[in-house]
Design a protein around this ligand. Sequence first.
Ligand SMILES: Nc1nc2c(ncn2[C@@H]2O[C@H](COP(=O)(O)OP(=O)(O)OP(=O)(O)O)[C@@H](O)[C@H]2O)c(=O)[nH]1
Ligand SMILES: [Mg+2]
Length: 505
Amino acid sequence: MSYSSSNATIAPLTANAIVPIILSTSQVITIFLSDTLIDVDSILDNIYKDIILQQFIIYIYIISLFALVLLRCLYEFYRKEGKSVNQVQNTEQERVILVGCQLADMDETRFEYSLEELQSLTKTAKGQVVAILTQKRERRHSATYIGKGKVEELVNLESELQPDIIIFNDELSPSQVRNLSEKLQARVIDRTQLILDIFASRANSKEGKLQVELAQLQYLLPRLVGKGLQLSRLGGGIGTRGPGETKLESDRRHIRRRLDDIKQQLSVIVEHRERYRERRKKNNAYQIALVGYTNAGKSTVFNRITEAGTFEENLLFATLDPMTRKMILPCGLTTLLTDTVGFIQDLPTALVAAFRSTLEEVKEADLILHVVDSSNPDSFNHEKTVYEILDELKVEGIPIVTVYNKADKKHPDFVPSSTSDSIIISAFDQNDLLDLKLKVEDEMIHMMNEYRVSLPSTEGKLLASLKSDTILKDLHYNDSTEMYECNGFILPSHSLTGQLKNFQA
Ligand SMILES: Nc1nc2c(ncn2[C@@H]2O[C@H](COP(=O)(O)OP(=O)(O)OP(=O)(O)O)[C@@H](O)[C@H]2O)c(=O)[nH]1
Ligand SMILES: [Mg+2]
């Protein structure tokens, strides 16, 4: 490090040693040069000033260095503290009591599966189930969901187990929530709120966040009691999480304004998505959609046949945003595969509405791959639920292949029940995935028209398109005619169809 002055360059740490030498020699220099052009005193004055300035700068430098080190230490200390506080918050699970009401027309196993599912949902929302309380009733109690005696039982259980939250297995009416909350200390939420909460913590894209917020506000609006009620809902644990930074605390009027705003923003995104879809259609892309019950293994299949990086986890609703990737079939044909949000029994209507635009992708598909988890004892009902939701979304006339997944741990009672074409695979088995691709190829051929053309060698571009855009079954060069003889299958709507007519064999 060096210090520069107008007269000299002096290393700061040697400056003090130089000063006495300069002082002792200054008189001699003054005698010799007294009558000369150089004023030695003024030179020495300047040197003194430089040295004082230099020392001042060194002190400032050392002080700043200390301050910086101190600040860094404080920053590191608080960063670590903050992290450990967050870690505790993340790992600290909320204690949950689940409450279910089995109606007379609901069979025992169905009810058990729905409670198991509620447990999985609670686990996904990072809750810890400490007790499950159930009751059989003709119909749900209009004021408190479960009967009076059962509510008393719940109150006692609550004082014994001290849960943070009590989750009811069905959607509660606003008055049921109110009445139950009056009797219970813990937060009362229903299945819908739990699902909305999971969606809120999963939403990544702008569209996903807006859709979840829309669903949450639509759920909240009829539940606001009184004008101007404040809902301080953020940061309170399960059932209180909002999408992104948006606060869910406000009055009705504000919520309505926000709803309009979200709808407006979503319509812009939907328009963009539609344009994108049109473009894909124009490019003759063959579109395949993966649909299925949550946790069936859609993203796992998607990742392994397209080598994309979609979030796959043994949690419900791992995927919220649809994702599309290229999938090349063994015949060389390029298709577009879309992974979608999982379905669930009693999917909150607000969510179905909010995710309608996302699921529009499915309506546009040429083929649907319906993934079913064959290891789940309730797979039959899962399949049924998916069909019901597809009906609700008005997905009609699209061929469906049922993909029974998780064959490696198939449930002993599992029997394929699909009336559509089906295949049993394990997403972890490469051969099975190849079989799935061949199955897709087969399905496509059923929808295609056969063509036979003879192409002159000058039609290299068309030949390349036939390879990537159609299923080219046979291609050979005929020496005598000097033509390429091609035989394959093409979608009736494909733009190449017209061109091929000119070269029909
Ligand atoms: N044993 C076995 N596990 C599988 C198979 N396919 C998927 N899984 C597991 O099932 C779990 C759920 O898989 P995902 O691919 O996230 O399921 P998903 O259908 O995309 O779920 P959502 O996004 O929630 O709708 C993960 O733990 C996967 O590892 C399979 O063939 N065999
Ligand atoms: Mg997924």
